[in-house]
Design a protein around this ligand. Sequence first.
Ligand code: ADP
Ligand code: 6PG
Length: 214
Amino acid sequence: MRKQSLPMNSLAKFVIVMGVSGSGKTETARRLAAATKGALLDADDYHPAENVDHMRRGLPLDDAMRWPWLDALCQAAIATRAELTSRAIAAPLPGLPTPPIFIACSALKRRYRDFLRTHLGADLIFVFLDGPRDLILDRMNNRAGHFMPAALLDSQLADLEPLGPDEDPLTISIMAPIDDIVWQVLDDLTARNDRESGTEASVSADEKTTSTGG
Ligand SMILES: Nc1ncnc2c1ncn2[C@@H]1O[C@H](COP(=O)(O)OP(=O)(O)O)[C@@H](O)[C@H]1O
Ligand SMILES: O=C(O)[C@H](O)[C@@H](O)[C@H](O)[C@H](O)COP(=O)(O)O
């Protein structure tokens, strides 16, 4: 695994860390934001109170309860991006674009991810934290001060639709130490960035050849 300096240039605007409750979304997104000086949004903060009460009572959410939550999350993400962009315009740092926004959000079903894509735009990457039920259960049981009962894990796993091959998937095993998970994500973001810059460079070169040759 490459352990180069932090990839600050042109990271995706939104990186959504997804997976079932207890898979490590919040911890991973928090560390990614700290490592890149990016922003952090925890989707849990955008649930209406009745959703949290519902889960606290051991009842799984359904689609109707998740749409307003996802809508509120999108509005917050868009507002955060606008704020970061206006700060960058007011005090531009050479070579440093708007910092990325890391979002910890279960995004369990494909249709929730499509909703996020529709509202947040194409510059969005999903990182799926995948792992065995028993390990996740153990982490939920040992996590203090969270409203989510471990008894809801099976309903989360039942709802989970892993990233499909057409979703440009980045799937990471949660069996790795958290620092390794963070580096895997940063490595992948850097590689995507390199690919995009390479593509842009070759397009410009092709265009130049065409215009000078014609
Ligand atoms: N890779 C990891 N190794 C060990 N513990 C982890 C790892 N990732 C997360 N944890 C711990 O597991 C628990 C669940 O993580 P959390 O980030 O709250 O999950 P989620 O946000 O997906 O519900 C927390 O106590 C967290 O510190
Ligand atoms: O869609 C859902 O069913 C909820 O969003 C759920 O996926 C989320 O996991 C809980 O809010 C608990 O929060 P944590 O995932 O942070 O444990």
